[in-house]
Write a protein that binds this ligand. Structure first.
Ligand code: SF4
Ligand code: SF4
Length: 383
């Protein structure tokens, strides 16, 4: 039998870029049994880890870009192999050599937009707060209760702007003293970091942190679980600690404190999809559900894959910027699950999930069968 000599330089580089834990893997294959990719095509994290262990990683391969960083395999791995860190490490290597396969080639133009305008769409930075026109949203000033940070999708994308607008209406209704930073803010940097561009992540993060400090920000309200995760768990790497709260938590607080009064019924059957970065990565499962349960007339039904076992929508880990063939979208399975329950609305709390579900709805012609909504979009109708 031929012995494959390990490629020491590659092993060292993977280790140096944060993938040292690959060596802990004992190839049990449990990761592959839960990975959502195996619901739509063949994919083996176990194999990728094996290749990395021996320095045999092929950086030109599409495979290293597949992991959506959903975290499902983390929960099951008996050896704490940290699959997400390992994949980010090999993507850092590929990014360092400027190697992007066809499915990930958009990363180059995305990086250019993030560098020049602070958003992945290369939209004008000056227009970042345009979503708020006509909604009595003020620029953030020191001493305000909270900074609302809507994320790039909610700032620029026509569908997701509606979520930022719904959030502003709900905050106004509750009398929250909030403001926005608009052109002074950047993308949080979460997805580009997961896509391997550490340098760009650090630049975006430092600029955001400077803007937060210069403006006296202490508490940040976010619509995106990706911003939530990054501000809460990754920005402390820069020796700062802001209080971070997701809209699904904040509206629940407002309702519980009596600041937000629900005055109307919502007679619909809805199901809630746990976004990976709110649920599995940060343990926020109850606040969104409790908010929905407080709405009279609303019937909340649960999908079989919920909470820790929620099915990833497919857009994390920078996949939002990569090509996924229509037949390989996890969101198709998720929407079928929701429709199968008889739900009239699929409710979630993440701009990426909404983007993906809306796309599935358009492609599979599901608009008649089910509507996709953010929690704040329901709330604005009942408060
Ligand atoms: S579950 Fe962990 S130990 Fe098992 S194959 Fe996957 S990475 Fe290796
Ligand atoms: S993090 Fe999710 S997508 Fe990535 S390998 Fe694990 S289960 Fe699959």
């Amino acid at each position: 039998m031929e012995t494959v000599a390990p490629f020491k330089e590659v092993i060292d580089e993977i280790k140096e870029k944060g993938g040292d834990a690959v060596k802990l893997c004992y190839q049990c294959g449990k990761c592959d049994t839960v990975c959502p990719w195996n619901r739509v095509r063949q994919f083996s994290m176990r194999k990728l880890i094996r290749e990395a262990t021996f320095g045999l990683t092929e950086i030109e391969s599409e495979e290293i870009w597949r992991c959506t960083t959903c975290g499902k395999c983390h929960q099951l791995c008996p050896r704490q192999v940290k699959q997400i860190d390992d994949m980010v490490a090999v993507r850092r290597m590929a990014t360092g050599y400027g190697v992007f396969p066809a499915g990930a080639k958009l990363i180059r133009s995305i990086s250019a937009g993030l560098t020049s305008q602070g958003n992945p769409f290369n939209e004008n930075r000056q227009n970042r707060a345009d979503w708020a026109q006509g909604l009595s949203v003020r620029p953030f000033a020191e001493g305000m209760e909270v900074l609302y940070f809507p994320c790039c999708y909610s700032s620029y994308d026509p569908r997701l702007k509606k979520v930022a607008q719904a959030t502003a209406r709900v905050l106004n209704k509750a009398g929250v003293d909030f403001g926005v930073l608009g052109s002074s803010e950047n993308c949080c940097g979460e997805s580009i970091r997961k896509a391997g561009n550490e340098e760009l992540f650090k630049r975006l993060a430092r600029e955001n942190i400077k803007a937060f400090i210069d403006n006296g920000v202490q508490k940040i309200l976010v619509s995106s679980p990706h911003c939530y995760h990054t501000f809460k768990n990754e920005y402390p790497e820069f020796k700062v600690n802001f209080e971070v709260v997701h809209t699904s938590q904040y509206v629940f607080e407002l309702i519980s404190e009596g600041r937000l009064q629900i005055s109307q019924e919502y007679g619909k059957k809805v199901t809630y999809h746990d976004p990976c970065y709110l649920g599995r990565h940060n343990g926020v499962y109850d606040a969104p559900r409790e908010t929905l349960k407080r709405i009279p007339g609303l019937q909340l039904v649960e999908m079989a894959e919920k909470r820790e076992n929620s099915l990833c929508c497919g857009m994390g880990g920078g996949r939002i910027w990569m090509e996924t063939p229509k037949s390989e979208r996890f969101s198709n399975i998720r929407m079928d699950e929701a429709i199968g329950l008889g739900a009239e609305e699929l409710v979630t709390a993440c701009p990426y999930c909404i983007t993906n579900f809306e796309d599935t709805s358009a492609v599979l012609d599901y608009a008649e069968a089910i509507q996709v909504k953010d929690i704040t979009e329901i709330l604005q109708e009942v408060v």
